[in-house]
Design a protein around this ligand. Structure first.
Ligand code: SAH
Length: 345
């Protein structure tokens, strides 16, 4: 098994059967080697730097009904909110003081956030914080909309493809949602010059190793600047409430593989990873991750952006989160930097 890891480290192409063997192996030596090479690769390109992204969860209203997601429209128990322009600007001000140089506006697909409104908020952030990157994560929009948001000053867009295999996608989403459209959005975003983040959940219901390989192949064709993966975690008000969640082991395995397949990619140690294990994000950093996304949302709304059960960091102020994360990052042997943290590709 270690030969497969060596091959991946050398940048050689792995066949589907080699990838399957590596994803599924319980060979400890191979798992350790994968971790070691993932760390070497991140050190070679990014040194010990960890980039922070200040996450501002702007709305929990969503027109979509993704079967796994706690803020899906059919969850009638969800307590919905949306932030005002003033709320968003206050988050940025707080974040800037704390050293954040990327702001991520994420939310459900909420038609309240028109292009006009978003463009004016983006333009205001751009003007007040010219040294910061502006990232959006607002789901599927039209080419025209993405174009206007880019022209207003957005730099990056995160849109996980969720499941590249059409069968799995169908099992996780209602029939009115289209995988082809989601993939097309990602290619549009790239074409428009955004730095793009794609990704998927690990251990989602019905997901097999073959599906994961499909995800990796899709990422190879897209070549995104960032890849966001985290374990699936059941939410009590969804029909997947009784399903098993993704495991720490499999998530770390995939993080290591992704770091070697995409040496220069930005790879976040996600909140979901920190939710399934107390030191999940530290372990992610020790397996090739180089980004963390602390929560900058006002404390009064944090519990309402309820994607999955037991989400961490929903009670603290941004400054506390920042301090806590810095300690965690240092304990993993890395250092927080106050930079935009653009991708090297
Ligand atoms: N509306 C935006 C943002 C979605 S929320 C969009 O469509 O991109 C951000 C990510 O949370 C999703 O892409 C999904 O992969 C993840 N997520 C949602 N529900 C989850 C769950 N139950 N467990 C783990 N991750 C989940």
């Amino acid at each position: 098994m270690t030969e497969i890891v060596e091959k991946l480290y050398r940048g050689e192409f792995l066949s589907d059967s080699e990838l399957k063997a590596l994803i599924e192996t319980d060979d400890q030596q191979a798992a350790e080697l994968l971790k070691k090479y993932a760390v070497e690769t991140r050190l070679k390109h990014y040194g010990k730097k960890v980039f922070l992204r200040g996450l501002i969860e702007i709305s929990s209203y969503c027109k979509n009904d993704c079967l796994y997601c706690g803020i899906r429209r059919s969850n009638k128990e969800a307590d919905r909110y949306r932030l005002s322009r003033e709320d968003i600007m206050a988050c940025c001000e707080n974040g800037y003081e704390l050293g954040f140089r990327t702001f991520v506006m994420q939310g459900g697909e909420d038609s309240f956030f028109t292009d006009d409104f978003l463009c004016s908020v983006i333009a205001e952030i751009r003007e007040k914080y010219p040294d910061c990157a502006i990232t959006l994560s607002l789901g599927e929009r039209s080419y025209e909309s993405y174009k206007r948001l880019k022209e207003a000053g957005a730099d990056r867009y995160l849109l996980r493809h969720e499941a590249a295999d059409p069968e799995l996608y169908k099992n996780l989403h209602p029939s009115e949602m289209s995988l082809d459209n989601r993939k097309e959005c990602l290619f549009h975003l790239k074409e428009l010059g955004y730095q793009v983040g794609a990704g998927f959940m690990v251990g989602a219901p019905f997901q097999t190793t073959e599906h994961l390989i499909y995800d990796l192949r899709f990422l190879q064709s897209l070549q995104p600047q960032m890849i966001g993966i985290g374990p699936f975690i059941p939410h009590h008000n969804t029909e997947f409430s009784e399903e098993k969640g993704g495991t720490l082991e499999l998530t770390l395995r995939l993080l290591g593989i992704i770091r070697l397949m995409f040496p220069k990619v930005l790879l976040p140690a996600t909140t979901a990873l920190g939710t399934i294990a107390p030191n999940g994000r530290e372990l992610g950093l020790m397996t090739g991750c180089n980004v963390v996304m602390p929560n900058l949302s006002p404390v009064k709304v944090r519990k309402k952006y309820d994607l999955y059960d037991n989400k961490i960091c929903t009670g603290e102020e941004a400054a506390e989160c920042r301090g806590c994360l810095e300690r965690r990052i240092n304990s993993a042997g890395y250092e927080v930097v106050s930079e935009r943290g653009d991708c090297l590709i």
